[in-house]
Design a protein around this ligand. Structure first.
Ligand SMILES: Cc1cc2nc3c(=O)[nH]c(=O)nc-3n(C[C@H](O)[C@H](O)[C@H](O)COP(=O)(O)OP(=O)(O)OC[C@H]3O[C@@H](n4cnc5c(N)ncnc54)[C@H](O)[C@@H]3O)c2cc1C
Length: 468
């Protein structure tokens, strides 16, 4: 049994936890991080952002080699899939990244406890080590960064073989002939894209009558059209009520969301991707009197929970369940603990869908601006008119600016197109400085780049788009 005393003990080693630990170390706080998974990096590095992006990248190249190379004069034999190697490459990247986080802990003098952390009262955390040891930590501050887990779907039990969640879908041993994705959110569409590119017939079943809630409706409509062209099938306004597994695959029972006749849908594999829920199991919240809300989130006020000295950040609190949001929370929370002025502007947390084309956005959607009653103008520019996109044969999509009609302040920027996940950063900077569309429209952008489409769309707000 080891005992130790800290300024801050962080429970959970994901993007929330490890960034909190780094910032604590930088600010001279004596910090510890507790993680039960055996590796640092949380959902994001181990079974989320990073492995999914590794497979998206590899499968995109696989598809390009099979279909697009010949149109630009590169003749290659039909590419052969080596799924074992693709999975190994993914895992090697993940291992390198998680080791990198371990290095960051050492660099910032953070003590890493590999084990399960339980709050045992004010200022007390007991760690049951993965090696069976127990450590009793005392601390001035506890930061809860225990993240989230996939939301289960009643009647559809995940066995990680025929019915998988996102974690299972990152490691399928073979390409299924048919894959049904339940849920048309970002995770479902990204992983659906991976397996479609590798050869699966993908059907997406979604309760709502649209895909990707949260995305600007005009963009979501265009995005669905593009995915359909790529071979996705969609069953919107439909709920899955039961699943039966057998030797021949999975039989799903579907029903119209509004009620009506049932139908059956068969698939080799079903991916349940209906969202994620906060994870606080076994954490000992009751020992400090912290209660979760109806959906399991820990209520906070500037990251402070209802218990003095207990803070919470990342997926376990309200706000977008995104790694970079967890990172923002982490920095602000630790700065507040250190007596500084930590702050996060949740209106400026960008979202990206890493499909091909990508989709990205920041700020308000057009529906939200309309509902707010603010008079607004939009400017749009299609990638069909962008020279770099044209020469690269990547012309699907557009950039859309929404700006206040009176002040020209940018309220939202929405993009679908090549590499727009990288390009949304300039919209974040613009909006963080309360920029106007004209500010961006008058900034010189390099030619030929896809980023010129952003400038042209900004020009469109005042009707002076020049390149179409
Ligand atoms: C397939 C997939 C793809 C994704 N892609 C993206 C993306 O591209 N971009 C993006 O921004 N986000 C993405 N996300 C979301 C992102 O992974 C999360 O928003 C992010 O990981 C949240 O960080 P966190 O630190 O709050 O929690 P987590 O990353 O969930 O980390 C929490 C950690 O706490 C540990 N833990 C829990 N309880 C205890 C305990 N009591 N003791 C010790 N350890 C404990 C868990 O083991 C876990 O490792 C994706 C998620 C998935 C599933």
């Amino acid at each position: 049994m080891a005992d130790d005393n800290f300024d801050v003990v962080i429970i959970g080693g994901g993007p929330g936890g490890y960034n909190a630990a780094v910032r604590a170390g930088q600010l001279g706080l004596k910090a510890a991080i507790v993680e039960s998974r055996g590796t640092l990096g949380g959902t994001c590095l181990n079974v989320g952002c990073m492995p999914s992006k590794a497979l998206l990248h590899a499968s995109e190249l696989f598809e390009a080699a099979g279909h697009e190379f010949s149109t630009i004069g590169i003749e290659v034999p039909a590419p052969k899939l080596n799924l074992v190697q693709m999975m190994k490459a993914k895992q090697d990247s993940v291992t390198a990244l998680t080791k990198g986080v371990e290095f960051l802990m050492k660099k910032n003098k953070v003590t890493y406890y590999a084990g399960f952390g339980k709050i045992a009262g004010a200022g007390k955390v007991v760690v049951t080590g993965n090696d069976g040891t127990t450590s009793n930590l005392t601390t001035k501050n506890i930061v809860i960064a225990t993240g989230s887990e996939p939301t289960p779907l009643p009647g559809v039990d995940v066995d990680q073989k025929q019915i998988v969640d996102s974690t299972g879908a990152l490691s399928l041993p073979a390409v299924p002939k048919s894959l049904v994705v339940v849920g048309a959110g970002i995770i479902g569409l990204e992983l659906g894209s991976v397996w479609r590119r590798l050869g699966a017939q993908v059907t997406v079943v979604e309760f709502l009558d649209r895909i990707t809630p949260g995305m600007d409706t005009e963009v979501a409509t265009a995005f669905q059209k593009t995915l359909t062209k790529q071979g996705f099938s969609f069953k919107l306004g439909t709920k899955v009520t039961a699943a039966k597994t057998g030797a021949k695959g999975v039989e799903l029972t579907l029903e119209p969301a509004a009620g009506g006749a049932q139908e059956k849908l068969n698939a080799d594999v079903v991916l349940v991707a209906i969202g994620r829920r906060p994870f606080t199991q076994g954490l000992g919240l009751e020992t400090v009197g912290v209660e979760t809300d109806k959906r399991g989130f820990i209520p906070t006020n500037h990251f402070k929970t209802s218990a003095p000295g207990v803070w919470a950040i990342g997926d376990v609190i309200l706000g977008p369940m995104l790694a970079h949001k967890a990172e923002e929370d982490a920095v602000a929370c630790i700065e507040l603990i250190a007596g500084k002025a930590g702050h996060v502007d949740y209106n400026l947390v960008p979202s990206v869908v890493y499909t091909s084309p990508e989709v990205s956005w920041v700020g308000q959607t057009e529906d939200q601006v309309k509902a707010s009653g603010v008079a607004y103008k939009t400017g749009k520019f299609p990638f069909t008119a962008n020279s770099r996109a044209k020469i690269n044969h990547e012309t699907d999509g557009f950039v859309k600016f929404i700006a206040d009609a009176k002040t020209d302040k940018v309220l939202g920027v929405h993009m679908m197109g090549p590499q727009v996940g990288e390009m949304i950063g300039e919209a974040c900077v613009l909006m963080a400085f309360s920029g106007a569309s004209e500010d961006l429209a008058r900034i010189c952008h390099p030619h030929p780049t896809r980023s010129e489409a952003v400038r042209q769309a900004a020009m469109g707000v005042e009707n002076w788009t020049m390149q179409m």
